[in-house]
Design a protein around this ligand. Structure first.
Ligand code: GLU
Length: 438
């Protein structure tokens, strides 16, 4: 490991916002890119609000995203404890130092830091040198005796030998205070990198925890693929260039450098995230896809245990390429596992506005009954022959028959659908569907 030491320093609040996840990710990428150390430090000094279960959400989210830390909770390290709530004596010692050196003084029961009145240069790898001046002395220990964020954050970065502080832009306004504090402890401040905010998809302000798609735990609950979410988060403020977007994490680690992070705010695009997820699903070997899809089906109301595992695998095989999220899977496949098809009235209305669906289904059924094999190629040529000889667009057959077999207008590939049902099941569904038109 070389000298780079970076940290993610969340304050546990009970949820894990994608802004925080992106900050963790950029720190992790930089540590892995440089062969440095990634530290997880828990800023749990707000004892009123902090609860152990709040921390679990973050730890779980980081693990889910595959962001492993080299020092911190569970793994330990030379510079612990890594919970600020366990470092009170460290802070007291440093408060004493500031008092003794004349940098701290008491007023109205609180302890103040004496600012220099000099402009401070913040070396920011993303923004260049930023100059800010602290005009007023500020509180470092409240009158109730608790040290404030600025102090504990700086003391820990100093003692944990952090070389690069990579954090959200909202902290830029604190940084001149921090630089003054580092100097008061006679240490050179670390380099900084303030990463841009994440705006809502319509650009109307910062993503808040209430916005759709804002929480990491929501993606896990909706069965998103963690590597897809991680890949998407990498692009919120950084780009591998050359129009590449979907790429393996090893490649991202190789290309990522914090100095290349954008100054401009990033915009969160929920649709793009779903698109990424769909691409990751498509790229999976079928065995892997089945391994994650089966538990989801088992937990839904679908009775897959009544069907052969090879049939279930066939169903998943034709659906894999069409899904954007596994959360949609039960709804997407339910009709494969029941003979009680629910014919969607709206879909029927639209279908009838376009064609004589009953006639198309009957024509298809007649020809299909005589088809020796129902593999995809044979059914495809059957549809072409029917369309040509009747002077009808083949789409009319496809839409009508899909509706007859599934009750829906969308689903997996049509020819795959027919093949997976097989001849006799398809015929009985075709026959059954005709009553819908009466
Ligand atoms: N606990 C602070 C936060 O969650 C950390 C700030 C920093 O990274 O320095 O915003």
């Amino acid at each position: 490991m070389n000298g780079v030491r970076v940290r993610f320093a969340p304050s546990p609040t009970g949820f894990f916002h994608i802004g925080g996840a992106r900050t963790a990710l950029f720190n992790w990428l930089y540590a892995r890119h440089t062969g440095g150390t990634f530290i997880l430090r828990i800023e749990d000094t707000d004892s009123e609000r902090d609860r152990p279960e709040f921390l679990d959400v973050i730890i779980r989210g980081l693990r889910w995203l595959g962001l492993d830390w080299d020092e911190g909770p569970d793994v330990g390290g030379e510079y612990g404890p890594y919970f600020q709530s366990q470092r009170a004596n460290v802070y007291s010692a440093h408060i004493e130092m500031l008092k003794n050196s004349g940098y701290a003084y008491e007023r109205d029961g609180a302890l103040y830091f004496r600012v220099s009145g000099e402009p401070q240069i913040i070396h920011d790898l993303i923004r260049g040198d930023v100059v800010r001046k602290e005009e007023k002395d500020f509180v470092i220990v409240r009158s109730n005796g608790t040290p404030v964020f600025h102090l504990v954050n700086v003391v820990d970065d100093m003692l944990m030998k952090v070389t690069h502080v990579i954090r959200g832009e909202d902290h830029l306004s604190n940084t001149s205070k921090h630089v003054e504090l580092f100097k008061a402890f006679f240490v050179t401040p670390p380099l900084f990198a303030h990463i841009p905010l994440i705006l809502k998809s319509n650009g109307s302000g910062k993503m808040s925890k209430r916005d759709v798609g804002a929480l990491v735990e929501g993606y896990e609950a909706d069965h998103f693929i963690a590597t897809a979410v991680r890949n998407y988060l990498c692009l919120l403020g950084w780009s591998p260039k050359e129009d590449r977007e979907i790429l393996p994490i090893d490649e991202i680690i190789r290309l990522f450098d914090v100095k290349d992070v954008n100054k401009n705010n990033a915009r969160f695009d929920e649709k793009k995230m779903a698109f990424f997820n769909g691409e990751y699903l498509k790229a999976m070997p079928l065995d892997d896809f089945c391994a994650i899809a089966l538990p989801i089906l088992k937990n839904s109301n679908i009775a897959i245990e009544k069907f052969d595992s090879s049939y279930v695998r066939d169903v998943l095989g034709i659906c894999q390429k069409k899904l954007r999220s596994l959360g949609e899977l039960p709804d997407f496949v339910d009709y494969f596992f029941t003979e009680e098809i629910i014919y969607d009235g709206e879909v029927l209305k639209k279908l009838l506005a376009k064609c004589d669906a009953k006639a198309r289904i009957s024509e298809f059924k007649c020809a299909f009954e005589n088809l020796p094999s129902v593999d995809e190629k044979s059914v495809e040529s059957l549809v072409h022959v029917l369309a040509n000889s009747n002077g009808i667009n083949s789409g009319e057959y496809i839409h009508s028959v899909r509706f007859a077999l599934s009750g829906r207008s969308v689903g997996p590939s049509f020819f795959g659908l027919v093949r997976v049902f097989g001849k006799s099941r398809a015929i009985s569904r075709l026959r059954g569907s005709l009553t819908v038109f009466d």
